[in-house]
Ligand binder design. Structure first.
Ligand code: EAX
Length: 323
């Protein structure tokens, strides 16, 4: 049968109607396992968006770096080949340099201080800096307070770090600071870290208890010291054009759902922090719980002077003194 122009026109029209009613499916990705603080964040976001749009918008989550490391998924979100990502700030300063100061060691007193800064005007100003780079940053979430692990020796003071080959995130502030502590820094994407620890390419790494447990680093690491050297934020990212195309009501749904995700995520970090030391001991790690942090801070003096020059002392003090 020959199709007339009218028939083709009708097919196209019904096709478009079907499209108009179709579900929108988006992809989100994290570099750690589903059973984790980051998993809590993205699972909650997906559940809340689906619920609040009555199933019109569905988010499919990818876990354990299956869509790539954090830098790669950020590139994909920037290009729009992936709609969403939930990343630590590891690679973020390479895209949004203004955020780099958040990863300065010992900048925040504790999680409560960091959460107040991120949820307050400073955090909101920083979220806006993502927009000219092609991202809508929906909300800050939390990766946690980072601690150091390695296979060579228990770390009791900064002197014990000298010459340790540690994987770092692909983050310029971390690399500069850890060099200042005498560490041999090896920047690497997260999905490669387990194997690198297993094969001995690196001696150690540093991450929050939540990440160490979710990634089972205890299987390939002997020692952990609660250095608490960096508060590590994370963030919900969305391709800006995808966000802009949503109705105002749907945009608000994403922002609200991201807040719910952050709440669930932070609650899980608190839970992990409360049980992490006992759990990692049970899994066979030796834990140094108490270190003199002032020794680490004074060793970082010269690097901190550089950071003050680079980011502006007033900007750092604004964060330090935020109440
Ligand atoms: O986002 O790369 C890292 O060490 C991050 O802390 C981890 O992937 C969680």
């Amino acid at each position: 049968m020959k199709m007339t122009k009218l028939m083709i026109g009708l097919c196209m029209a019904t096709g478009f109607m079907a499209l108009a009613n179709a579900q929108i499916v988006m992809r989100n990705a994290i570099s750690v396992a589903e059973n984790s603080h980051a998993g809590e964040a993205v699972v909650t976001l997906a559940r809340e968006v689906e619920k609040r749009t009555n199933g019109r918008i569905v988010i499919k989550n990818f876990f354990s770096g299956s869509l790539g490391g954090e830098r790669e998924v950020m590139e994909a979100v920037q290009l729009g080949t992936q709609e969403l990502a939930h990343n630590s700030t590891g690679p973020v300063p390479n895209f949004v340099p203004e955020t780099a100061l958040l990863d300065i060691p010992f900048l925040f007193r504790d999680k409560a201080h960091a959460r107040a800064v991120l949820d307050g005007p400073i955090g909101q100003e920083l979220l806006a800096k993502f927009e000219p780079k092609g991202f809508k940053a929906l909300a800050w979430t939390e990766n946690g307070v980072r601690h150091m692990t390695n296979n060579k020796r228990p770390v009791n003071s900064p002197a014990d770090l000298k010459g340790l080959k540690l994987r770092t995130m692909e983050n310029p502030v971390h690399v500069a600071a850890y060099k200042g502590l005498g560490i041999v820094t090896t920047p690497m994407a997260f999905p490669e870290v387990f194997t690198a620890l297993q094969t001995g390419t690196i001696d150690g790494q540093e991450n929050p208890l939540s990440v160490i447990m979710a990634a089972n680093f205890d299987q390939v690491q002997k020692h952990i010291t609660l250095t608490g050297h960096v508060y590590s934020p994370s963030v919900f990212l969305m391709n800006k054009a995808v966000f802009d195309k949503l109705s105002k009501a749907d945009q608000q749904i994403f922002l609200d759902a991201a807040k719910e995700g952050a709440k669930a995520n932070r609650a899980r970090v608190d839970k992990d922090d409360a049980m992490g030391v006992a759990e990692l001991r049970k899994r066979g790690m030796t834990v140094v719980e108490n270190v003199d942090k002032s020794k680490f801070i004074s060793m970082l003096g010269p690097v901190n002077a550089e950071f003050e020059k680079k980011f502006g002392k007033a900007n750092l003090d604004r964060i330090r003194n935020y109440k």
